[in-house]
Every structure is written in C-alpha cells, then in structure tokens.
Design a binder for this molecule. Sequence first.
Ligand code: DOR
Length: 464
Amino acid sequence: MTGTDELTRRLERRHADLLVHGGTVFTPNGPERIDVACLADRIAALGDLRGTWNADATLNATGLHVLPGVIDSQVHFREPGLTHKENLEAGTRGAVLGGVTAVFEMPNTHPLTLSADDLETKLDAARNRAWCDHAFYIGGSAVNAEHLHTLETLAGCAGVKVFMGSSFGDLLADDEAVLRRILRHGWRRLAVHAEDETRLRARKAIVEASGDVRQHPIWRDVTSALAATQRIVRIANETGRRLHVLHVSTAEEMAFLAGHRRRVSVEVTPHHLTLSAPGCYERLGSLAQMNPPIRDQRHQDALWRAIREGVVDVVGSDHAPHTLEEKAEPYPRSPSGMTGVQTLLPLMLDHVHAGRLSLQRLVDLTSAGPTRIFGIEGKGRIALGYDADLTLVDLAARRTLRNDWIASISGWTPYDGTTVTGWPIHTIVRGHVVVRDEVLAEAPARGQPLQFLEVVPRPGSRES
Ligand code: DOR
C-alpha cells in the first residue's frame, strides 16, 4: 500500500490490508471480542467490523488471544563479528517464531558498537534481513563518553548500555569517574549490567580452583550484584540520569530497587524466573551458565514477588547464544549466556497457565512496559493509529520445546524437552503476517528501525 491518496480512498471505502477477526483482543480496555483492521502498517479500525470492512486478506483468530506485539528489549545477535554464534537474520527469525515483533540489540559485538559508523553497520546489516522491528544499543565506555549525548539521538539507537562487570566481550566501564562521565553525557534511560568488576576479579580464584559450574553463583555472588546496583543508582541520582537495571537476579537488589522506582526501571529474564540452582547446574551444566547467574529458589521467589508488587517493568530475554562446542569448554572457560528470544513468550505463557501471573500483567511486562520506559513510538498497545504489531497466542496449546525448533545459529535451548502450555500461533509485524500457523511466511523480511520519543531535558537541570 503506497500513497496518501490511495490510503484515503481505502479508509473511505473501509478496505483494509488485513482483517483479524474472531479473537479475544487485549486493548487498553482489557480483553474484548472485537476485530482488528490493519491498513498501511497501522491499526485502522477496531470493533465488530464484519459487514462494514473488507480486506485484501483475513486472519481467523477464533479461539486465540490477540496481544500487542511482544517487545524483547535485551538480545545479543552477535553481528558483526561473531556470526558463528548468531546473526541478525536468524536472531530475528527466532524472534518472530516466538511471537516477538521488536527487539533491542546489544553492543558487545566485534567490533563493539561505540560510534555512529558502528551503528550504521548494524542498521545496514538489518535492512531487508530483519524479520522484526529493531533498535541497537551504543556501548558506553571511556572512549566515547563525551559523545554519548549525540550518539544516543541517532536514528535506530535504543540508547546507551553499560557493562559494569565483564561478561562476554571487551565492553567494560567500572571506574567511578568513567561511569560518571558516561551518565552525565545524555538524557535517555541508560541500561546497565550491574556486577562489580573488582569483586568479580578478586573472587575468580574460587571457580578457577574448582572448575565446577555449580560455583558460578558463588563466584558472582549476591554482593557482586548488589554493590554494583547500589553504586550505579547512587551515580544516577547524583547525575540526574534515568536508569534501567537489566536482568536483576537477587532478592536484595529487588528490595533496594523498590525504593528507587521514580528514576530506575527494572528488568528480569525468563531464565531467572524459570530455572533455579542447584538443580539447573546439575541438569544442564554450563548450558545454565549466564551472567548474572541463576541463583537459588529464595531469589526466584523474590523476583516473582517483585513482579506481583509492580517493581518489575519488563521481561527481556537476554538472548546470548554461544555454540554447543564453546559451552562444552571446561568451566570457567565456557562462555556465559544462552538463547532466549524464541522461548521468552512460550515460557511466560506457561507461567500464566500455572497461575504465576495474569495475561494482563504479561502484556504489561512485554509490550506496555518497554514502550513506556523507553519511549518507543507507536508500539505497545492495540489502539487506533498504533502500529499493527500483533502476537496471537493459543493459551491452551501444549508444545514441547526442542532444539530443532530454535532458529538461532547456535541451535539449542536450555529448555529442550520441556513441555509448556500456551504458544504463539501467528505473528504480525505492522500489518504483515510474518508467521502464520507457526510457520514463517514466504514474504520478505520487513523489519524496520524503531522510533523513539524525543527526550527534552529540563532547562538548567545539568549541562551535558
Ligand atoms: O551471560 C551473559 N552473556 N550475560 C551477559 O550479560 C552477556 C552475555 C553474552 O553476550 O554472552
């Protein structure tokens, strides 16, 4: 569909590109039995549209729930430089097969994403290859700190990401003065991996001596996470910067963060909500190894409590693939990270089925939440004029997660053999059906860069 005249004619004639009918649609009013008309990427009409609208194509959603498209605000797609683990095509293909319609991609690639050129390289690589909408983080480091307030405004940029503790790759900013410089140069919400590098280095001997992956949460202990989180929140308060703490993994951080919600938003991963120590390490070995680590049940219970109490804003997958050969290296040489973008929604729907959260809260965590805290334009709700990003799920469908379903180049999931209830059936990105009946459409990949609301600093609040 092109041209404003044609668009006006179509609207007048009530002729949509796509009509989704018969489903239970999650609008801001709650679940409604209505139809959705999609025209030129957007939602053009909502309601009982039978008899009043026609369309080039229809999708029967009878028996399905129609959710706002799922946004995964933490994925590592490894391109450029590490494409033996993952790439933008396979990563986004996994996303849409798992019901995800937009992603934020992380900067610890080779080269790191530190400059406008690095960002452009990623946007170019995604053009005509990405199956879903996307934005890329710029890494915050000593080398680009003074340019971040400009870099963060570039089209297609998700904002700035800081690694306070080394995880995978060379991106690290743990020095107090450097962190302060980074936080002072910019206005958008800054995403942080909070583990204390000094403490991690001091304690590494624990795991080097044992070679036992069960020691992973002992090496990277609660204090490593809590100390870094407390430090970055203090610097954020001092510099007036909004913050997003990624993959929070401890009860202690949740208790602390509950007192800082005006400025600080909070993310948890499905892995930390689903797996727990020591069982996950005994069953999966280094496949369960990620940073920050999966911890014991006390922490998992606290993460669920934090979801119920509204302390958590988003669920992000931290999709961080490594090959099975790399993961088979003896611990601690085995790299940390696991796939997740494709299993995020199935796992969370299974938690809905088990009664751990409501479908409404899931929509808040996976669509409305990321849109609200990161200021994504036109996403996150099924409403007139918003982008027609729709994730259609069958809450009763039972499926077993299998490695051979995983689109990632790395080809594995820690949930291989796990049966879940609740499954994405169709995925619609801006009115285009990219997955139909669980199968990728033949249509070309149409992912576009995400757009963000501009952040206007308060006059005189601080120099940049
Ligand atoms: O386990 C992890 N792996 N955590 C991170 O934060 C980074 C990631 C990676 O890139 O492999």
